[in-house]
Design a protein around this ligand. Sequence first.
Ligand SMILES: Nc1ncnc2c1ncn2[C@@H]1O[C@H](COP(=O)(O)OP(=O)(O)OP(=O)(O)O)[C@@H](O)[C@H]1O
Length: 303
Amino acid sequence: MIQVRHLTKRYGSTRAVDDLSFEVEPGYVAGFLGPNGAGKSTTMRAILGLDRPSGGEALVNGRPYAALRRPAHEVGALLDAAAVHGGRTAYDHLRVLARSNGIPDRRAAETLEQVGLAGAAKRRVGTLSLGMRQRLGVAAALLGDPGVLMFDEPVNGLDPEGIRWIRHLMRDLAKEGRTVLVSSHLMSEMALTADRVVVVGRGRLILEASMEDLREKFKKDVLVRSPSPGALSRVLAEAGASVTADDDGALLVQGLDAPDIAGLAVHRQIPVHELTPRSASLEDAYLELTEDSVEFRTKEGAR
Ligand SMILES: Nc1ncnc2c1ncn2[C@@H]1O[C@H](COP(=O)(O)OP(=O)(O)OP(=O)(O)O)[C@@H](O)[C@H]1O
């Protein structure tokens, strides 16, 4: 598991991470979401012992990275896929990494196979496309068969097939009982992959919730169609709901759930033709959550 406790990282006067706490447990995909500059990469680097915290701590399986006995067997990460030695072949790149971490050579071939790069084993890393380098980075993360995996913006540079592949991979890794933390600045991406989200802005925690709770929190209203809208809206208003009508004559009801509305309608024998709970889109929810944390905003985004 991953535990981040009161983590703070300052670069000069910039607080890249500011008293951030959250936990990720095994068995689900946790999306780490926030606008550019929110502190996601810095947090991941702190978890991997690549950045020393200014305060607080970041633990893998209960220990700071430096105290892990066999780190590559406990945590693997894809950070910056471009940062690899371009002259080596894909296979050699992995074999060197494996050897320096006490991992048998055979894992280099196994992980190349796992990420779909077996056919490119002898190609020099410098000649691989960005998408192939992302896959190679994933292979490196998987080398030690670790129980904790972190991916920083893994869909960058991948084509649609690659994006689908990485989504499945992350879900499979979680199903195998691993701890999976994946960062993104796109809610649309996380909506398809993550079971829980940790949303950050300006280095601080904005929200930690299951995807379900997030949808529930941003549910908007219930759309109700009835041939007797006047009678139904009086009944619903008496029950404490606030009711408006849309242009089509459907009622938009806030303050009562769909089952309550159905119960009241049945009780008063008012026919109902449609009853649809409506949520704000997750994208809208995310924009609302992070609107005060965006570093650079276009006019379009400010509306
Ligand atoms: N080495 C560094 N020196 C100075 N400032 C830094 C350094 N690394 C990060 N920062 C600053 O810390 C803040 C958080 O950056 P970080 O890269 O962690 O954010 P992020 O959420 O990963 O964003 P992105 O999605 O753009 O990668 C930013 O304001 C960034 O400019």
